[in-house]
Design a protein around this ligand. Structure first.
Ligand code: MG
Length: 227
């Protein structure tokens, strides 16, 4: 276990990190994106889906690609794709307990919208534990893993990366934080995510790269085991 005594800022991704990677829950967002893109570009859903995943890999998020290539207005897209049934998620009191016990400030840093972070965070009974939330509107819609949003984030909250920790399910989003000096925790998933492009799917925990300091498939248990 990497020593974490020096950490005073605990940063968490939202989707598939603060709830256990339930493929069915994220599939709702995924399907809504496909429908929106199909409608917006006036292409069949199969073609929309190819573009959706291509942009996800090339631009960090599908949204970012749609804005860059098709000059799309982000607001309607975000509103549409995050209007989902939260009932598939299960609040976990042990996760709340684990986050609450962390010494220092806590943050959510998500490629989703502010409203999505609030809706999901409140539904999970975690939202009030966080000192700040940084969402895609706060980065001019530039997503992780691009470098700029990480800089904006640490500047916005006056975070010293050498004393920061970041937890993420998307392995590529941990490379920049590690290069900045953060300690990194990868949340792995036992679920079959092979329907997602390799670059963006949650990691299975095998052959983790060097910029990953620690990994777990059970964030609540991992947090509660901290000294
Ligand atoms: Mg995630």
């Amino acid at each position: 276990m990497t020593a974490l005594d020096h950490i005073d800022a605990w940063i968490f991704d939202l989707d598939n990190t603060l709830y256990s990677g339930d493929a069915r829950f994220f599939a709702q967002i995924d399907k809504k994106m496909t429908a929106f893109i199909s409608d917006f570009l006036d292409v069949p859903p199969t073609e929309a889906r190819v573009l959706q995943k291509q942009y996800l890999v090339e631009y960090g998020t599908s949204l970012s690609g749609l804005m860059a290539v098709h000059d799309m207005d982000p607001a309607a897209f975000l509103h549409h794709v995050h209007d989902i049934d939260l009932g598939m998620l299960t609040p976990d009191p042990s996760l709340r307990q684990g986050i609450e016990a962390l010494p220092g400030r806590k943050f959510i840093f998500t490629n989703g919208s502010r409203l999505h972070a609030k809706n999901v965070g409140e539904y999970l009974g975690l939202y009030d534990l966080f000192d700040g939330v940084f969402a895609i509107e706060d980065t001019d819609y530039v997503p992780k893993p691009k470098h700029a949003p990480y800089e904006q984030f640490i500047n916005a909250f006056d975070i010293d990366p050498a004393r920061a920790f970041m937890a993420e399910d998307s392995v590529r989003n941990l490379e920049v934080p590690k290069s900045m000096g953060m300690s990194t925790l990868l949340i792995t998933s036992d679920i079959d995510w092979s329907h997602e492009p390799k670059a963006s799917r949650p990691h299975d925990g095998k052959n983790v790269p060097d910029f990953v300091d620690m990994h777990t498939s059970d964030l609540p248990a991992w947090l509660l085991a901290l000294p």
